[in-house]
Design a protein. Sequence first.
Length: 272
Amino acid sequence: MEKDPFRIRGHVADFDAIVDDIVARSAVARDTLPMVPDIAYGDDPTERLDLFFPQRRQTRMPVHMFIHGGYWRMFSKRDYSYIANTITRTGAIAVIVDYALMPNARMALLINQVRQARQWVFEHIAEYGGDPTRMTVSGHSAGAHLASFVFLRDTNPSGLAAALLLSGLYELEPLRSSFLQQEIQLTDEEVARFSPLSHQFDLRTKVSVLAGTDETHPFLDQADRFTRHLRSQGLTVDRSDVTDSNHMTTVRDLGIPDTQAANALFQIIRNA
């Protein structure tokens, strides 16, 4: 039996089948949804995003940015195009973001990239019919970690109306005792600087923190701890679990209509 609670493949028997399914769903989404691919939000070749649009485009559409997971070292925006199915059903523009991968890049760069992507949306999405004042964000696993840095309490408001954080990682220190440390080599500085549990967040952003009921203990524990951390700062936070769902089925379901995960995503976009 798998003892490392962070080695997801060892806890999800159909891991590969789920990944194959989401990649296939993403290919269909790219073939069927109106889109503008590979827009540069920065100068580096990894700094690209895809825009997906509702079949019936309007003016001043809401905007939702999704940041994929993969423990900061695998997957790409192409693998997660299928989440645009849920986003565009709300009448919103889907922004699916790519970023550099560890260990070739370090955590500081990844965080700077997703914040840079957010800034690109604010400055340019109106050219595509989007309303930058109606922007929300979501992320899964490492993507939820990165998404949290998009609505920090900076000198300027984040501009994010709401965030959905699914199966996220909010304290990095436990990962240094996992299989992952050999692959990404987290440093003392990265753990200290980039654990969301040590940061302050924008009071204007409403947050939904989700995890699957069948997740391993650290994901459920960190979801609860981060919820308390946000509430202690005065943010409005909804904390819920996706029933009978593990680390991979939660994210697969984000792009499947009428699932609990997809409905949660649908609601934060509509309510914003």
